[in-house]
Write a protein that binds this ligand. Structure first.
Ligand code: SF4
Length: 229
């Protein structure tokens, strides 16, 4: 089956109508996925930053297999900064893109040690200035660690925002983050991202969205585009 086409209902619907629809989607998905939350295992803020960097192009499950031993050997920024590039590469080999990831993690550890006493800063703007930390990761960190609402716009979020008609055809994560921030109350931002991931994995997959068993199909302008036999 072809992937869902992105559509342009957002351009026609009023913001009030979109907010109402987002509210309905939220209420349903919140019940369907009561366990939706950050799935990465970690013990400290720095460890979550590392786990999130490792999760790029990799599953959370695989990252969670690697991090217990990784964090036993390198529990903090100091330990990572003291380790060689080769040592870290070897330890994270199975998560893919290990050279870049090892380089970024060591660079992050060094900057944290030099400028922040080895601790992770708490605000989004400072976080995005650090090596290897983009806006998606920074939003995950502030929302998971510091109780600051954050919209974690990952590939599932982007796909579903388009299919559900909350944005016009776009894959720009910053644009989508801003658009959804206008449609959702702040206190729903964090959970919304987790709900998008849960729903994207369980039902609205990239290749074969299961619209016939989707609990929000009646609210989704793309439902008719993905009939299943
Ligand atoms: S109806 Fe559900 S599964 Fe189908 S495209 Fe919409 S959100 Fe995805």
């Amino acid at each position: 089956m072809k992937p869902a086409k992105t559509r342009k209902p957002a351009g026609k619907a009023s913001r009030t109508a979109l907010r109402r629809r987002a509210d309905e989607v939220w209420k349903i998905l919140e019940k369907v996925y009561p366990e939706a939350k950050c799935a990465l295992a970690f013990g400290t803020p720095f460890q979550l930053a590392v786990a999130t960097m490792l999760s790029a192009q990799c599953t959370d499950k695989r990252v969670n297999l690697v991090t217990p031993e990784l964090f036993r050997r390198y529990p903090d920024a100091e330990a990572f900064a003291a380790a060689s590039q080769e040592e870290i590469e070897q330890a994270i080999h199975s998560v893919g893109f290990f050279r870049n990831k090892a380089r970024n993690i060591r660079a992050l550890a060094a900057v944290l040690l030099e400028n922040y006493g080895g601790e992770l800063p708490r605000d989004l703007e400072t976080l995005v200035s650090l090596p290897g930390i983009g806006r998606k990761t920074a939003n995950l960190l502030v929302s998971t660690l510091f109780d600051t609402p954050g919209l974690v716009v990952d590939t599932h979020f982007i796909r579903l925002a388009n299919r559900l008609g909350f944005v016009e055809a776009t894959r720009d994560p910053v644009f989508i983050e801003r658009a959804m921030a206008e449609l959702l109350p702040r206190d729903r931002w964090t959970l919304w991202g987790h709900l998008m991931i849960s729903h994207g994995r369980a039902v609205c997959s990239a290749r074969s969205p299961a619209c016939d068993r989707c609990p929000v199909a009646h609210l989704c302008p793309s439902a008719h585009e993905n009939p299943r036999p």
